[in-house]
Design a protein. Sequence first.
Length: 409
Amino acid sequence: MARTSSSSSSLPRPVLLSSVGLLRRHIPLSTVTAVLAAHGKQGERDRLLPAPFLVYLIVALSLYMPYALREVLRCVIAGLRALDSSGAPRLAVASKGAISRARTRLGWEALAALYARVAQPLATPRTRGAWYRGWRLVAVDGSCLAVPHTEENAAAFGLHASKEGESAFPLVRLAMLVEVGTHAVLRASVAAYATAELALAEQLLPGLGPDMLVLEDRGFVGYDWWRRVRATGAEVLCRVRGNMRFPAQRRLADGSYVSVLRPPVGAAGEAIPVRVIEYTLRGVPGADPLYRLVTSVLDADAAPARELAALYHERWEAESTLDEFKTHLRGGSHIVLRSKTPELVRQEVYGLLLAHYVVRAVMHDAALQAEEDPDRISFLHTVRVLRRKLPQAASFPPTAVDAVVPAHY
């Protein structure tokens, strides 16, 4: 699994000029310095790699994963110099060892906190495809990322085992809360591969709120999980497993019916009223004989069954987000992360999340300007624009750098 490109040395130094400006626009320097100060990670002023600069480098490394580390560092330095005419100190190109030591000093907690501060919902009332009758559409999903096979990473994260043997690389499990209309990852949690997906998803709950409708897959259905999600005020729409029973208590005019979700046998708790929607897909090759959804929205007038059945398939936008994250941004399934210690793996994952958020924020801005659905803008093309776009002049301030990336890609 080669990680760096054979042509990495040919990457032009000015290529990150617009990218660095966009990083600073969507990850403000004031926010970076505040988070670093809160975690005691400001660093000494005379270090070769000051902590704020290092944060932007970590995010840029995720935008340029196929390229060699020091080559990306050269580009970030060039980009920041062009964007800052205030006489900022000139930085040298540090060695790989110096970069690794600086990253280790920084740790991962500050990057996680920065991501939590930056990754806010992008959709506005003008955003197409992001809302359903006043609810912001979000989805919960999870996946895994391969990391370098070192003793430390294998011990911390674990390997996938099957009858054919163990996987070649340790795996990090990732759970995400995705804003469906913009594909922005609003919250994420990282753990060892053996961690149950549902347990990891519990860390996403603080990202939910009363204005949200959560689209979930069958793996997330359960009495306790449902109760926890509803406690945030969010509404739920999920597909359920075929062996789950929901006896009809009352039929509604739109064809759905009211039932209850009961606690597991022997567990305490009162039954929760739910609404069940059953439907088939005609003329769709490979479709299941019957689809069954359960929702917390009991009022059929507020959310008709036919609309919810069509809406549920928007959950696949979360799958598309994972593809963006793992394939287009990371560089493909054959690419593993750079980091060889668990601390730096976690740091790199949050850098990757921040990079994805910046790309999606750029796409959302462009979609609003063009009055288009963000889905109509290519994620891969946007990444390529950020990687290669050269500014028209040598010094775009961060507040005006959006002019570098036109809305009509």
